[in-house]
Each structure stands twice: as structure tokens, then as C-alpha cells.
Design a protein around this ligand. Sequence first.
Ligand code: 2HA
Ligand code: ZN
Length: 269
Amino acid sequence: MKSILDNRPALTEEVNKVAEVAGYLWQKGWAERNGGNITINITEFVDDEIRQMKPICDVKSIGAVLPHLKGCYFYCKGTNKRMRDLARWPMANGSVIRILDDCASYVIIADQSVAPTSELPSHLSVHNYLISRGSPYKASVHTHPIELVAMTHCKKYLEKDVATRVLWSMIPETKAFCPRGLGIIPYELPSSVQLAEATIKELEDYDVVMWEKHGVFAVDCDVMQAFDQIDVLNKSALIYIAAKSMGFEPDGMSDEQMEEMKVAFNLPK
Ligand code: 2HA
Ligand code: ZN
């Protein structure tokens, strides 16, 4: 079967990265059933032939007007599709969409008519925001990391930067590789406009934000880097839990050690 990926090695590499990350999400137990979604802005890989490709579905409304997405293309995980299936067959469990000139609707152009993720309004609103800020970030990942979600069932960790400080202090790498920390968004209905708006606001200060009692939403230059930020945060949560289950409250790195990291790695916070 013909694929948009045929003879397009750079685009293929990006989609293969999504498939690799989807496999990790499943293996980590973060992607039960159809849980989670990934979208990547692939506009830089689009050539004239792609621009001329005919839609393979009717025009669909995004549910928002997103002026910075004019002429953009995205690879999106399909709604109700499983990460574990996407890991093996990315073009049967996701699709490429074109944003139309009204900036309020889209069509699917390849490979199959797989309807994009239920979180499309929040993902596309985030991409619109990233472009408006001139950000190099092209990937957004939503997933359900067990230990990080568990922490949001405790009010203390919903206060600004309380979870960030605990997680950063478990192992020096966490602050180095997730330098903006973990933002917190109080519970909102999945897929809602309120959730999308709160996510964008929080992304002004963080690359990874937590949706209370639901999951994380991360952005970065590519899907692998977005995954890495979530992975280092969850690793810290696991160290915290390991110490607690050994019967003690972990000391955490000292304020001096944290400050030393900030200076040594030239970190923003
Ligand atoms: O797409 O995780 O929040 C499945 C989800 C929605
Ligand atoms: Zn979810």
C-alpha cells in the first residue's frame, strides 16, 4: 500500500520516533487501552506533492480558531487507538492532517481515514501557542504515568512547585533534564476547552504539566525529548516511593546542592 512516508526519510524518521515512544509508554504501563495521545507538527517536512494531496475525509471542525496553524500539517495518534498498536503500525493508528485556511477546520490526507485524538483541541491549541511564541517545540505528548498521577491524589502536591521541589531533589539529573519543573492544573474534564486553556497558560512556565488525577502533558522539540522529560520526573517519583516503602521520608538533595546544579548547568529556575 502507498504511504505518505514512501521516499520521505526525514518524515519517516519523525513518525518512527512517535512509534518508538508509543512502545515505551505501553511498556511502562502508562498507556492502558487507548490512553494518551501524541501530536507532532510535521510542516517542515511537507513538500509540494503533499500540499496537493486530496483529502480522504470530509472537512472537520477543530472546535477553535487557531490563526497560527494556517497551512500546518500534523501527525496525530488516532482517537480510540492503542499506543501499543501505534508502536508497530503508526500509519494505521494515526494520520496526517492539514489545517485549512479558515484555521478552524482540518482534513485527513494520509494514509488512512483515522480520526485524530479526542484531545485534538488541546493539542492543536498548544501547537498554535508554541508557534505564536516562536518556539522550536514540535511535539506534544499526553500520557498517564502511574506514580506522577498518584502524587496528584494528595492536596500537598497540588500546591505550586511542591511536587517539583520533591522530584528535583531525588536525583540531580531531574533538575538538569526537566529544568522548568512540573506545572499543576486542577482537575478539568478530559478533552474540554477549559483543560486546553489551562494547559496553555501553564506551558508559559513549564514544559511538563500535570492534569490532576489524569496524566501529564509535555512539549519539546521532538517526541523523544518530550518523553525524556516525563521519564526523568517519573523516575524521581519512583525513587521517592522506594524510599517511603523502605520506611523513611527521603532527605532529598539540600538547597545548596540544588543551587550548585542550577549554576553548573545554567538552569532557569
Ligand atoms: O486519548 O488519554 O485524555 C485518551 C486520553 C484522553
Ligand atoms: Zn488521558
